[in-house]
Every structure is written in structure tokens, then in C-alpha cells.
Design a protein around this ligand. Structure first.
Ligand code: NAG
Ligand code: NAG
Ligand code: NAG
Ligand code: NAG
Ligand code: NAG
Length: 364
């Protein structure tokens, strides 16, 4: 009898904590976002040194927002759609001045062009370690703790979902900058990227984070911007970049499993971005697309020259009429239509990890 009562009491107290959280963000958990252009809602608008990795000009944002927000697409990004699925408001850029109100919904630190390694597009982006510093700042001194008290901020973090999209830029930068001396050996380079990524994830875990959502990397050699950097100008994808992505993806899955086995309470979800992108590139029409090689916006072969908007040196660029028919929005980024489909899959599963995002946004 006593045992049963204790069990009921335990069940009630766990439930009570979940409900408490619901007060803070109507529909918790909070969402913390790290990474690159697949998630950046405009943090790079606040970089003063260079405009190279900015997208705060027309035609970026033309379909959904009707104005350029800084997102590298015609509309919303994967992270925006995840927020929508979770019934959270769109999470604004961390660097955008904001007011904090009663509810705490999270923060977005992502920066277009960013990689795991600080050397990746150094000076033009906010690398992952700096993003981690911003996160520490956010949790520490700032609003989280002041607003809701230490105990509750711990609860918020352990229930929060931490999304990461990172790595693409580490592997494409040597090709984009045409500097292959940046790639010592593939295995070494991948170990460096995965090693540094692991340190950042562990730092968030140490802070109280438990639910981690990742994307693996796409066939990078098929990005229009890399197709055109093929040494011999044939068609087809740049094999070497795609191989790097494939090796990185294997290493990522391994290290996530290791952390799951060694860190108590560590949970992860891993979206197979690679497989889905390959499927739609191979069969665009099956998914409602008309063009899977050429970007909607840019210039040169495949519109692979990174000139969309005319503000990065090259003034001339071509813009398609209907971005919904295209997989690639510009030389390196996807259209809102693709991001929307991907977010749906991340939400409903399947996942290459033990969890999908639906599960993460319930009270685990
Ligand atoms: C729920 O909250 C109470 C205090 O209100 C705390 O003692 C208990 O450990 C919490 N339960 C969980 C599962 O965090
Ligand atoms: C290529 O990368 C290496 C290593 O990061 C660097 O030392 C060198 O200056 C770069 N070369 C060019 C031309 O950018
Ligand atoms: C992290 O990256 C740096 C280069 O930026 C490298 O020297 C270091 O060995 C990496 N750390 C790990 C743990 O892999
Ligand atoms: C490569 O492209 C250039 C310019 O489009 C062309 O002049 C040249 O003949 C091409 N070379 C090969 C081997 O196809
Ligand atoms: C995703 O999670 C939901 C909620 O637990 C579950 O019903 C669904 O089966 C999962 N989907 C996949 C493909 O694992």
C-alpha cells in the first residue's frame, strides 16, 4: 500500500514539474538553436566586419516574409518550421535586441557560414565555440536565471531541445576558397571537426542540456556552388566533398551513440538530411520540384556563382519566377519548400537516433 502511494506521489510530482514549465512557455520545452545557415534567422546581420555571409537584402525572404530577414532562403528555415510544429513563436536571432517577457521560449545562436572549427570562414561568421559562449551568457548572467530562479532555469534546460546544424562549412570552405592545403588528411580533419563538436555538446550537457537534435550532412558536392568548382568542367557532383560528408556522418552517429552510453540522461535525435536530399535530387518531380541541379538565384553554370542579390562582388544574377519549383534557392542553400518537408520529417520521424522531435517536445 505504502509502495503504491509513493509511486502515485512520484508520478504526481513529476507531472507537477512539467505543468510548472508550461506556465513559462505555454507549450514548452524551450528551443535552443546552434549552427549555420540552415538555422540562422539573421544573427549575421549584426556582423560588422564583412557582408560576405549576409543575406539581408532582396530577393532573400521574398516568398514568406516579403522582406529580407537575413535568412538564406526565399522564406522560412528548418528551425522556424520546428518552432511552428512545437507551437513556439519563431525564435529570433540572439544578437537582435529583444525584450524578455513572462514566457521563456529559447534562443537562436546560429550563424550562416559557421563551422565547428574557428578557422572556417574566420572573421565572417560566429563559430560554434562563440555560439557556446553566447549560450553561457544567456543562461548565466542574463534573463533565464533572473527571470525564473536557479531551480527553474535548471528545469528549463533539462527539458529544452538543443538543435544543431553544423559541419557543412568546415568541409566546403577548402573548396570554396580553393585552398586544399586546409585539408591535411580527410581522417584527421574529420576527427578535428567531430572532436570539437563533441566538446561543445558536452559543455551544453554539463550546463543541464539533455535533448539534442542533429542533422547529418548532405551530399555537399552536389551543391551548385561546388558543382562548378569541379576541376574538369564536367557535369555531376564534386565527389571529394560528398565523400567527406559521408565519412563525417558515420563519425557523427558513432560519437552520438558513445555519448548516449556514457552521459547519463543524454538523448539524441539524428535527422538523415543526406538521404532525403539525395532522394529529392534524384527524383525532383516525385516531390513536386521541377529543377534539382540549378539554383533559383545566382549566376553562371547551375547558378552556382554565389551572387544572389548582387551584393557580394558580382552584380548580375538570375532569379527564377517560382522558387517552389526549385530545390536550391542559391548556390549553397535550399528553398523554403525543401526546408518545410525536412522539418516535417524531423518532427514525425524516422530518426537515425533513438528519438524523433515529437517525442522531445513532450515532457520526457
Ligand atoms: C519536482 O519538483 C519538486 C519540488 O517542487 C522536486 O523536489 C522534485 O525533485 C521535482 N521532480 C523532478 C522529477 O524533477
Ligand atoms: C590556405 O590555408 C592554409 C592553412 O589554413 C593557410 O596557411 C594559407 O594561407 C591559405 N592559402 C590561401 C591562398 O588562402
Ligand atoms: C579542435 O580544433 C582544433 C583546430 O581548430 C584542433 O587543433 C584541435 O585538436 C581540435 N580538438 C579536438 C578535441 O579534436
Ligand atoms: C570547360 O569550360 C570552358 C568554358 O565553359 C570551355 O571553354 C572548355 O572547353 C571546357 N573544357 C572542357 C574540357 O570541357
Ligand atoms: C515519432 O514519435 C512519435 C511520438 O512518440 C511516435 O508516435 C512515432 O511513431 C515516432 N515516429 C517514428 C518514425 O519513429
Amino acid at each position: 500500500m505504502a509502495k503504491v502511494l509513493i509511486l502515485i506521489f512520484l508520478a504526481l510530482s513529476i507531472r507537477a514539474n512539467c505543468t510548472q514549465l508550461i506556465e513559462y512557455c505555454r507549450k514548452p520545452p524551450a528551443l535552443f538553436v546552434f549552427g549555420d545557415s540552415f538555422f540562422d534567422p539573421g544573427n549575421n546581420n549584426y556582423i560588422k566586419t564583412t557582408t560576405l555571409d549576409q543575406a539581408n537584402f532582396w530577393p532573400y525572404g521574398e516568398t514568406y516574409f516579403k522582406y529580407p530577414t537575413g535568412r538564406f532562403s526565399d522564406g522560412r528555415l528548418i528551425s522556424d518550421f520546428i518552432a511552428e510544429h512545437a507551437k513556439l513563436p519563431l525564435i529570433p536571432p540572439y544578437l537582435q535586441p529583444r525584450d524578455y517577457d513572462k514566457v521563456y521560449c529559447g534562443a537562436n545562436f546560429a550563424s550562416a557560414g559557421a563551422g565547428v572549427l574557428p578557422e572556417t570562414f574566420q572573421g565572417a561568421v560566429i563559430d560554434l565555440r562563440t555560439q557556446l559562449k553566447y549560450f553561457e551568457k544567456e543562461v548565466n548572467a542574463a534573463q533565464l536565471r533572473k527571470k525564473v530562479g536557479a531551480f527553474d532555469s535548471k528545469m528549463i534546460l533539462s527539458n529544452a531541445v538543443f538543435l544543431f546544424s553544423i559541419g557543412t562549412n568546415d568541409y566546403i570552405s577548402p573548396f570554396v576558397l580553393k585552398n586544399s592545403s586546409m585539408l591535411p588528411s580527410h581522417q584527421e580533419y574529420i576527427a578535428m571537426v567531430i572532436g570539437n563538436l563533441t566538446q561543445v555538446v558536452k559543455a551544453v550537457y554539463k550546463r543541464g542540456g539533455r535533448k539534442f537534435g542533429f542533422l547529418n550532412l548532405g551530399d555537399l558536392g552536389c551543391l551548385p556552388g561546388l558543382r562548378i568548382s569541379k576541376p574538369q568542367n564536367g557535369s555531376g557532383c564534386l565527389e571529394e566533398a560528398s565523400i567527406l560528408a559521408k565519412l563525417h556522418n558515420e563519425a557523427l552517429q558513432n560519437v552520438l551513440n558513445k555519448m548516449k552510453n556514457h552521459l547519463k540522461g543524454f538523448k539524441y535525435s539524428l535527422y538523415d538530411f543526406n538521404t532525403f536530399l539525395r532522394q529529392i535530387l534524384n527524383h525532383p518531380s516525385r516531390y513536386g520540384f521541377k529543377e534539382g541541379e540549378k539554383a533559383c538565384c545566382g549566376s553562371g553554370r547551375y547558378n552556382g556563382i554565389f551572387s544572389c542579390g548582387g551584393k557580394r562582388g558580382v552584380k548580375e544574377f538570375e532569379l527564377c519566377k517560382n522558387p517552389n519549383e526549385f530545390i536550391f534557392w542559391d548556390s549553397y542553400h535550399l528553398t523554403e519548400s525543401v526546408y518545410k518537408k525536412m522539418a516535417r520529417q524531423m518532427w514525425y520521424g524516422p530518426s537515425k537516433g533513438p528519438y524523433n522531435l515529437t517525442q522531445f517536445f513532450q515532457c520526457l
